[in-house]
Design a protein around this ligand. Sequence first.
Ligand code: FBP
Length: 486
Amino acid sequence: MIDSIINAFESPLGSFKSESTDSLDYLKGIVRKEMDHAYLCQRHLDMPKSEGSLTMGIVFSGGPAPGGHDVICGILAHLRPQDQLIGFRNGPGGLLSGQHQLISSNDMDHIEGLGGFDFLGTDRTKISTTDQFDQVGSILKALNITTLFIVGGDDSNTNALFLADALFGQCNVIGVPKTIDGDLQFLPQLPISFGFHTATQHYSQLVEQLAIDSKATRKYWHIVKLMGRSASHVTLEVALQVKPHACILSEEIVANGQSLMDVIRYFSNVIIQRYQEKQPYGVIVFPEGIADVIPEFRDYAQGRVDSMNKVLAALDMNPIQLTEVYEDEHGNKNLSTFNTEKLMMDLIQGYLSQKGVKSDAIKMVSHFFGYTGRAENPTSFDSAYSLLLGKTAYELGLSNETGVVVGCDFSNGYIQPVGVPLTAMLTFDSDRSRHVIKKQLVSISSSSYQQYQLAKQQWVQQDVQIPRHQSFEYPHCLGIHQMEDL
Ligand code: FBP
């Protein structure tokens, strides 16, 4: 598989064609009108049409993800002598204020295969007002940039589409799919963003190391929160690899209508079962996103502490005070900095002592694995995939496409780079009263979720084994990995 991705990267530059001759018209005023023309851009092997020189811009947007530097290298590796690439520093905020630098092929020596986004930096500024579009338009014009690559997730690609619409005819805007959360998807043409595989491999290793340590010392329960804001793809992928003794996903909580007490009871019962079997240790895993779906946490995040304090009172625990909860410009809450892992640990401890488990019988340590996964050097898969995404973004630029995000269809057994029209991914968000690109959550009818549900009961009694499990060479969601029996 990785060889096929590399071959696609090394093949000569091709061109992209939309399925209709009026392809470039589909975007005009699209966000204001209806999105009834959404043509997939298919790659062809003939050379791109644009023969003149091109100045292109690139900006990282949102949280870092491993592979961003390889996206740049993917462009640089194919850059024609007459073209140039300008990088905007510090994300969309830096784009708005025109912070830029020329990127040369010499830069590849330093950044290829390097994790993080620190070569250019990033931020989460939302670009949505007419003034902002005009501002970006004049900065791009001054630099003679006629193609802009926005490397980002759902919010950033929402930015990309609105900007493509506003700058139609002046500058093409092309998205490159990034996010460790794995929630930017459009099946089958865009099954995965870069960064997801590396982050989940990184977290899997850390969680497995806790499992190994706890098995050796038989002393601690490790309560682990994993990054992944709305969707639980990260936790699901880690769980399928490491098989923690207990795990819960946000989508599972919603599907089962579970309350905070239901979740505490579930975790505590696993601990009690293992305690009775003389295994007073283990690993519990959950995503940070549970804070957005468990009703008591949601209330808490919205500044209401009563329902949380009712649960605490029921467990004979002291009430808590509100900590600061804020939202970024796109409406995302700071769930990573929310100390849910510690709170969950205390709640479980409270429940156990109510059930008569002595406080020294079960010792717990809480953990949060998040930011480090975004800085890890990309896996072979992410590195090859990001290079291909960069090359494909460049080909789309040469083909004069706009309002598309780079995709790659793996579903037919071969690698098919495509351009996915961002309009096809839009949805109306009634909470925010605007069109946005929808985050794709874990589907409870997906085969990964079904496997997880079938297996998790068995994990309660299982410990890590020697020899260790094989790490997933490819993201599980692509369905092309060799999976051991669960
Ligand atoms: P993106 O969607 O921008 O890729 O970011 C995802 C993420 O890593 C989430 O998993 C996490 O909740 C969030 O970023 C943390 O953001 P911040 O860096 O603003 O604390």
